[in-house]
Design a protein around this ligand. Structure first.
Ligand SMILES: Nc1nc2c(ncn2[C@@H]2O[C@H](COP(=O)(O)OP(=O)(O)OP(=O)(O)O)[C@@H](O)[C@H]2O)c(=O)[nH]1
Ligand SMILES: [Mg+2]
Length: 605
């Protein structure tokens, strides 16, 4: 067995926000991949617009730095549980990983999820205790908890023997002791070179597993992966082996390796390195690209199954076709199926109704990001309330269950446990730090989490953080009764005006401003009672000839409650839809007229 000692392939894994992308910034900055004085900013690898807006990583990405003459290929992965599929494929390119843990938060549910995957894939680990600059860092305790986690998850004894590095990614410093003496992250780089294994090379002709895809409008599809065997060069003939075992031949156009933020065009690349190549058309993640001399497929990447589903429907609102560029069934269908090429944990299915598609994903955020991306591309459509995916296993109806971790203050324990017990959650742990901060851990069916985030944030006044991670399937526990109030539904089409909205505000909270175009059946507010009521927000004040001294004084409206896309999806009930266009996000009843809704209620009785 041979090794490529001039290369290390590493994945950076952690719970959300523990500082992975910031650590990559520090690695890039120290290896001087930028010109002197070049303004590079922060979170350099979060290059996608939605990533920058939300401050989270959504897609796994490659970069590389050179240290002591060794090229370190780095895969930055997302930490949010909804994008776990990206972690699973990122790991498939690596031999080692950096497991980051926040010095205050300690190991979190997603820390466990990513570490389990890394250890199962046989990756060697370096633990990086990050954010040690934080005032309330509790390093000893965190290390202790990490040891427990390894004891629980290690698949062999040598995995228990990991190195620890202390870092402040933000300040760009790292050391082997908590009181860091160095002025940079050299100790981290040294630890990587000394302890993470170089790639092992098998002998034989070219073979590579496609772990990621990119697209270039000139060059077409770009297949990214790590070469397992042999060499590849432009103009080589290769075979692509897909999921069905079918083979087709292609000519490699260009081959690139990574350095800093660039892809470098190379004359050839060899086993052990991570490369990007063009010329292989219609390739999917999980395919193998190999030499025709020995065209054998590598095992496809295992990606966890989706847990929630929702329908995407062609826009049927009275405003359909006004604001989007792509509105037809064919365009919606093509776009959704195209997403499957790169979004591995997504599933799309046709339904009995030709203009409705069932889309399954790993969580509300996973689906919300797809919806937001499509709307920015110019698509217009409607989506239904997400639902947990129910399955039959061994003749028993089962549903997904998640672990919910909440970091909050003592004051909110009562209200939270009360809300969560109605959602069939079971508390499994509660830890208090003696200073009013408490961590609550629950097991909760996924269906109980849907629609929870909104009320969670309001009832804890935005002072708490919640995280979830998929646990497994368990026998169904029966229905959860919705506790949301009814809605205010526009009874007529037109332009909302202050007078009409003021009347509506006597009934509850409103969601729209004067001047907003509404249609009959559109949801314009939240009722203060449980039932829905129609309101005419376009209604003008009756004109009389008599002037009253008081009633003509300008009415002051309470500012409307504006919902983001995620909040809207979280908010709606089963008989409602979110209408998504490049310009607007509207909420509506599925049945637009009052009489239709009345009839359906009486039919249900
Ligand atoms: N105090 C402190 N803050 C840090 C440090 N490293 C990162 N942060 C902050 O933590 C937040 C999250 O950092 P990111 O690098 O985006 O975290 P991430 O792990 O890449 O997050 P995801 O990719 O979304 O999972 C940012 O506000 C950073 O500025 C650190 O060493 N100290
Ligand atoms: Mg990140």
């Amino acid at each position: 067995m041979k090794y490529r000692r001039d290369i290390r392939n590493i994945a950076i894994i952690a719970h959300v926000d523990h500082g992975k992308t910031t650590l990559v910034d520090a690695m890039l900055k120290q290896s001087k991949v930028f010109r002197e004085n070049q303004a590079v900013g922060e979170l350099i690898m979060d290059s996608n617009t939605l990533e920058r807006e939300k401050g989270i990583t959504i897609m796994a990405k490659n970069t590389a730095v050179v240290y002591r003459g060794v090229k370190i290929n780095i895969v930055d992965t997302p930490g949010h549980a909804d994008f776990s599929g990206e972690v699973e494929r990122g790991i498939s390119m690596a031999d080692g990983c950096l497991l980051l843990v926040d010095s205050v938060e300690g190991p979190m549910p997603q820390t466990k999820f990513v570490l389990r995957h890394a250890l199962q894939q046989g990756l060697k680990t370096i633990v990086v205790i990050n954010k040690i600059d934080r005032a309330n860092a509790r390093i000893d305790e965190v290390i202790h908890l990490i040891h427990d986690l390894f004891l629980e998850l290690a698949t062999s004894d040598d995995q228990l023997d990991f190195h620890v590095i202390y870092a402040s990614a933000k300040e760009g410093i790292a050391g082997t002791e908590p009181n860091i003496s160095g002025k940079d992250i050299s100790s981290l780089f040294d630890c990587i070179l000394d302890n993470l294994p170089p790639p092992r090379i098998e002998s034989g002709p070219f073979q590579m597993l496609v772990s990621n895809l990119d697209y270039d409008s000139h060059k077409g599809q770009i297949a990214i992966g790590r070469i397992r065997r042999g060499k590849v060069a432009p103009r080589d003939t290769v075979v692509r082996l897909n999921a069905t075992g079918a083979e087709d031949y292609h000519e490699v156009a260009e081959v690139f390796t990574y350095l800093g933020l660039k892809r470098l065009k190379v004359a050839h690349a060899e086993a052990g390195d991570i490369v990007a190549m063009t010329g292989v058309e219609k390739v999917s993640i999980g395919d193998t690209i190999a030499s025709p001399e020995q065209p054998s497929a590598l095992p496809r990447i295992q990606i966890s199954e989706p847990t929630i589903e929702m329908t995407f429907i062609v826009n049927t609102s009275p405003f359909a076709g006004r604001e989007g560029r792509f509105c037809t069934t064919r365009q919606l269908r093509e776009r959704l199926y195209k997403e499957l090429d790169t979004n591995l944990s997504l599933r799309v299915q046709d339904t009995d109704s030709p203009d409705t598609f069932l889309v399954k994903g790993r969580g509300e955020l996973h689906l919300a990001i797809l919806i937001e991306t499509m709307r920015r591309e110019g698509y217009e459509f409607e989506v239904s309330k997400p639902e947990a995916i129910i399955k039959v296993i061994d003749g028993i109806l089962v549903e997904p269950v998640e672990v919910l971790t909440i970091d909050t203050r003592d004051d909110y324990i009562g209200v939270l446990t009360d809300m969560l017990s109605k959602r069939q959650a079971r508390m499994i742990d509660m830890r208090n730090d003696g200073q009013d901060n408490v961590r609550l851990v629950f097991e909760i069916p996924t269906k109980g989490l849907l629609g929870f985030r909104g009320s969670f944030l309001t009832s804890t006044r935005g002072e708490s953080i919640m995280n979830t991670v998929f646990l497994g399937y368990e026998p169904c526990r029966g229905k959860i009764v919705s506790t949301r109030n009814g809605v205010l539904v526009a009874s007529e089409q037109g332009s909302a005006i202050t007078y009409g909205l003021n009347n509506a505000q006597e009934r509850g909270l409103t969601f729209i401003e004067p001047g907003t175009q509404v249609y009959e059946g559109m949801i314009v507010g939240l009722n203060s009672r449980v039932q829905d009521i129609p309101v005419n927000v376009c209604k003008e004040k009756k004109k009389t000839n008599v002037r009253s001294s008081t009633s003509d004084i300008a009415v002051k409206l309470t500012p409307p409650l504006k919902m983001s896309l995620e909040q809207a999806i979280d908010f709606i009930n089963k008989d409602e839809l979110v209408e998504v266009t490049p310009k607007n996000i509207r909420l509506r009843k599925k049945l637009l007229t009052y009489s239709q809704r009345l009839r359906s209620i009486s039919a249900a009785r």
